[in-house]
Write a protein of this length. Structure first.
Length: 188
């Protein structure tokens, strides 16, 4: 009996979603194809009917995860009644919730160090998606992309450091300092 129309696309999307969640939590190199497939509720044997290799999946997972983060940040901004709406995005991005929910958080701080050592294909997709994120942040803040790059870099760096330390008070202080610096950037 043949699969219903759209089945292969749904399965592929489940794999990409599982990969994005796994990569956010564990990084690229510590996640195997069988682990990803199990997370999607599938056996690893079907992986190659959807992807040529793990690198292709990493690229698609980055594209998916960044689109997911932009959609989430758009929701955060839409719910904010006051202006500038970018403040709500900064507050969410540099919140303890976002810091602690790596599996659902922004993939950029989670994978940047690994992406730097990835294939050209993966780096190209990551670059395009990072540019899209900077454009989103810049547009929302009403600033040029140069300043938007500085703003987003401040946010990402603060989040990375807050996730890295094992001292909860220091981690919270890093988030607060990042928020303050990010908001000062858009005021100048």
């Amino acid at each position: 009996m043949p699969y219903p129309k759209g089945h292969k696309i749904k399965v592929r999307n489940k794999i990409v979603e599982s990969a994005a969640q796994a990569f956010r939590s564990h990084g690229i190199h510590d996640v195997s194809v069988p682990f990803i497939m199990k997370g999607a509720g599938l056996t690893h044997g079907g992986f190659y009917s959807h992807f040529d290799n793990k690198e292709q999946l990493v690229a698609e997972a980055c594209r998916y995860a960044i689109s997911d983060t932009i959609a989430l940040l758009q929701e955060v901004a839409a719910q904010e009644e006051r202006n500038p709406k970018i403040n709500a995005v900064i507050d969410y991005y540099l919140s303890p919730y976002h810091r602690d929910k790596t599996e659902m958080g922004c993939i950029i701080p989670a994978l940047s160090a690994e992406i730097a050592r990835s294939s050209e294909e993966v780096r190209q997709v990551f670059t395009q998606e990072l540019e899209r994120m900077v454009t989103f942040i810049s547009t929302l803040a009403g600033i040029d992309t140069s300043k938007g790059s500085a703003l987003f870099s401040t946010m990402v760096g603060s989040l990375i450091l807050a996730r890295t330390v094992n001292n909860p008070e220091l981690s919270d202080n890093l988030l607060m300092a990042g928020k303050q610096s990010a908001k000062e950037l858009i005021r100048t």
